[in-house]
Design a binder for this molecule. Structure first.
Ligand SMILES: Nc1nc2c(ncn2[C@@H]2O[C@H](COP(=O)(O)OP(=O)(O)OP(=O)(O)O)[C@@H](O)[C@H]2O)c(=O)[nH]1
Length: 212
C-alpha cells in the first residue's frame, strides 16, 4: 500500500455497477458467489464494494432466486450458458449510464478504492471505451470499466460465437493499465485485488489471506 488518497471525480449517478454471478462454478463444486468470506458472502462483498462507486447495482445471473436475499436487481442473460461476455452483454443492455464498472463475484479482495481508481481514469480519457487492468501481461476484463456503447461490439462477438473475452477486449479502444499504474492510482496491491477463486484450493488460500 502506498497510502495514496484516491480523489473521487466521477459522480456515482453516471455509473452502473455490474456483478457477474451467472457462472456454473464447476471447478469450485458449489456456487462461488455464496461462499462465506470473513463476515459476509462473496456476492455481498462484491455488491457492497461496487455499491460504493455506483448509483445502481445489477447482478448478472440466470439464478435470481439465489440472490433474492440481497434485495438487489438481477438481470438474466439474453444468451444463457455462453459465459461472462453474455452476462456483461445483458447487464449493459439494462444499464442507462455512460460508464459501467464490472466485477466478477469470485474476487475476495475486491475494494471500492480500486474500482474508483479505474473510474477516475475513465473520465479523463474522452476517447476510450474501457479501462482494463493488465497485471503480469495478463488482462483482467472481469474487474474493469466499460462504456455502455461497447455492447454493440460485444453483441457482434457473441453473434459470431466468439466467446474469448480477452480477444474482444483487445479490439476495444481501451486504456490498458499496468501493475505499477494501478498501484499508484489506487494505493492497493493489484495482484491481491485481482486474485480470483476457481477451485477449493483457491478458496482456502483466500481465507488464509483474509484472516491473517
Ligand atoms: N451472467 C453470467 N455470468 C457468468 C457466466 N459464466 C461465468 N460468469 C461469471 O463470470 C465470472 C468468471 O466466471 P468463471 O470462473 O470463468 O466461470 P464459472 O462458470 O463461474 O466457473 P467454472 O464453471 O469453474 O468455469 C464469475 O463471476 C461468474 O459468475 C454466464 O454465463 N453468465
Amino acid at each position: 500500500m502506498s497510502g495514496q488518497t484516491v480523489v473521487v471525480n466521477l459522480p456515482s449517478d453516471s455509473v452502473t455497477g455490474i456483478v457477474l454471478a451467472g457462472g456454473a462454478s464447476r471447478r469450485m463444486g458449489r456456487n462461488k458467489a455464496l461462499l462465506p468470506m470473513g463476515e459476509a458472502s462473496m456476492i455481498e462483498r462484491a455488491v457492497q464494494a461496487i455499491g460504493k462507486v455506483s448509483s445502481r447495482v445489477i447482478i448478472s445471473t440466470n439464478d435470481p432466486k439465489s440472490y433474492h436475499f440481497l434485495g438487489v436487481e438481477c438481470v438474466l442473460d439474453i444468451l444463457a450458458g455462453k459465459g461472462p461476455m453474455a452476462g456483461l452483454h445483458a447487464a449493459l443492455g439494462a444499464s442507462n449510464t455512460p460508464w459501467n464498472v464490472v466485477a466478477a463475484c469470485d474476487m475476495p479482495f475486491i475494494h471500492e478504492q480500486f474500482l474508483q481508481g479505474l473510474l477516475n481514469l475513465a473520465i479523463t480519457q474522452d476517447t476510450v471505451e474501457a479501462v482494463i487492468p493488465v497485471v503480469q501481461g495478463r488482462m483482467h476484463p472481469l474487474l474493469a470499466v466499460y462504456r455502455r456503447e461497447v455492447m454493440t461490439s460485444l453483441e457482434r462477438k457473441l453473434q459470431a460465437e466468439q466467446y474469448r473475452m480477452v480477444e474482444w477486449v483487445e479490439e476495444l479502444k481501451a486504456a490498458y493499465v499496468n501493475e505499477e499504474q494501478l498501484e499508484h492510482m489506487t494505493g492497493l496491491d493489484p495482484r491481491k485485488v485481482l486474485f480470483n477463486m476457481n477451485t477449493p484450493d483457491d478458496y482456502e488460500a483466500a481465507r488464509g489471506f483474509s484472516s491473517s
